[in-house]
Design a binder for this molecule. Structure first.
Ligand SMILES: Cc1ncc(COP(=O)(O)O)c(C=O)c1O
Length: 481
């Protein structure tokens, strides 16, 4: 008799698997805001709720979102000038993107792109190559900006070779929070005392002399990674000549340039890639956010064929960094294919440039009207930074301790106060930035019209007209009340 036990010989299971007390999809949709707050505290991130409460965001449950607007539980429209930090180029639920996804699901297409070659992932890769200048032809698909940037620094490190593992990165950079790119993300908050890699070298953003000095002094430098426009840093651009000099320096010293376009790419600044404003082409780049059409999690690393082939071009090296389980997954890939088509069919890159100019012109008008509040308006296209003066020195003495008691981060910065008033009193959503608390970040969908800009400007004008003292006292009252 065989000693191998057959399945039928296994002892009968005495108890059946019991379904835990699970919420259904319909239950999830119907949760009220109080319950959502409770579940977030019990199961997600209790500390984060503190910030949402300061801004009044914890009272809002979004029931629906369409185009430029969210609709909350009370039927209120909220104009979206936050745009998911650049993830919503098409606004919310663009009809063509919804239709492509609906059809794909109805046709019962396959999702996972690992066992068989995927027509969707390969078509998306071809489209990305078609949108990319020079020989940026080779594409790796992942599910986030961080994953795309991990792929970018890995392909560069392998192409640079084992003797040149060092990476130059910039002050106030943000390239993601996963463990690899954390070492080139310049934020103490995100670094959180984790053990970082020691193969990095930090330079001031846009400082070509510092970069040349670094390249000269350290022959182990093989890669430089820069956001073309710093988003988390507070919408910071380097001068045009910086980029041409950077390209020349990289060529001279044989250093690979990785352009992080996760936030500033995909038409946001009025060109498909922000680096196209300067007539230069990096060796590697990365996209995510709006690449997913506002509906899917999609990130892409795009490398020059030369760099890619050096890193992974043989059958021996091909699997070192092949796609992960969800890389190039079907529905996300077709969402991105449709998104790229809509981007061009609807002229959204040009709209970004033109309506962006209009937005900046209107904001400069407000700056002239409120020079003691607004310090600078900067950016291009639909990637705009609004820097306020630090008011810690101008606020009346009596109010200073009250504000300080509310939150350390709000001490001298107006954006939090203004953002909360915009939401509460005008149904307008804006974004902030960790690195510079005096900056409001505006990244509206690229479908934004002049009428949307006018609506936003009217709201901001009304809030700024209140003046610092009223803005702050109203905020404090709302917290106490
Ligand atoms: C420039 C830049 N790079 C990388 C990332 C990381 O993207 P993700 O949050 O999708 O991981 C971000 C996210 O904000 C970003 O702005």
């Amino acid at each position: 008799m065989s000693s191998v036990m057959k399945l039928s010989d296994a002892p009968a299971r005495e108890t059946r698997t019991v379904k835990p007390d699970l919420l259904t999809v319909e239950d999830a949709k119907a949760l009220d805001i109080k319950k959502i707050n409770e579940l977030f505290t019990e199961h997600m991130n209790p500390g984060q709720l503190h910030f949402m409460k300061l801004l009044g965001f914890h009272k809002v449950k979004i029931e629906r979102a369409e185009g430029m607007y969210y609709f909350d539980q009370n039927g209120r429209k909220i104009l979206d000038f936050f745009g998911g930090f650049g993830s919503l180029a098409f606004g919310h639920n663009h009809p063509r993107i919804l239709e492509a996804r609906r059809k794909f699901a109805e046709e019962k297409r396959q999702e996972i792109a690992i066992a068989f070659l995927s027509q969707y992932a390969t078509a998306l890769a071809a489209n990305l190559a078609a949108c990319s200048p020079g020989d940026l032809d080779m594409v790796f698909l992942g599910s986030s900006g961080s994953e795309a940037m991990e792929a970018a620094i890995k392909v560069a490190e392998r192409a640079a070779g084992p003797n040149r593992p060092k990476i130059v990165y910039a002050e106030n950079s943000f390239h993601g929070k996963t463990k690899g790119v954390l070492s080139i993300t310049d934020g103490a908050l995100y670094r959180g005392q984790f053990k970082l890699t020691d193969n990095t070298f930090r330079v001031p953003f846009g400082d070509i002399d510092a970069i040349e000095a670094a390249f000269k002094s350290d022959p182990t430098i093989g890669t430089i990674v820069l956001e073309t426009v710093q988003g988390g840093g507070g919408i910071i651009e380097a001068p045009a000549e910086f980029w041409t000099k950077l390209r020349a320096l990289c060529d001279k010293y044989g250093v690979l340039w990785v352009a992080d376009e996760v936030q500033c790419g995909f038409g946001r600044t009025g060109r498909f890639y922000a680096f196209e404003h300067y007539g230069v082409v990096p060796d590697v780049t990365a996209l995510a956010k709006s690449l997913g059409g506002g509906k899917a999690a999609m990130g892409a690393m795009i490398a020059s064929r030369e760099v890619y082939m050096k890193a992974y071009g043989t059958s021996k090296t091909a699997m070192i960094h092949a796609m992960a389980t969800f890389g190039g997954i079907g529905e996300a890939s077709i969402t991105s294919i449709e998104a790229l088509n809509v981007l061009y069919d609807e002229g959204l890159i040009d709209n970004s440039a033109e309506t962006g100019d209009y937005l900046i012109e209107k904001l400069r008008g407000l700056q002239a009207k409120y020079p003691t509040l607004l310090k600078e308006v900067r950016g291009r296209g639909m990637m705009v930074g609004l820097e306020f003066h630090d008011f810690s020195q101008t606020l009346p003495m009596v109010l200073r301790p009250v504000v300080a008691a509310l939150d350390d981060k709000l001490k001298g910065s107006l954006p939090g106060f203004i953002g909360s008033h915009l939401l509460r009193d005008h149904g307008v959503l804006v974004a902030f930035t960790e690195y510079n608390r005096n900056v409001i970040r505006l990244e509206p969908p690229l479908i934004c019209t002049r009428e949307n800009v006018d609506e936003f400007i009217t709201a901001l004008d009304e809030v700024l007209a209140r003046g610092v003292v009223k803005i702050v006292t109203d905020f404090v009252r709302a917290q106490v009340g």
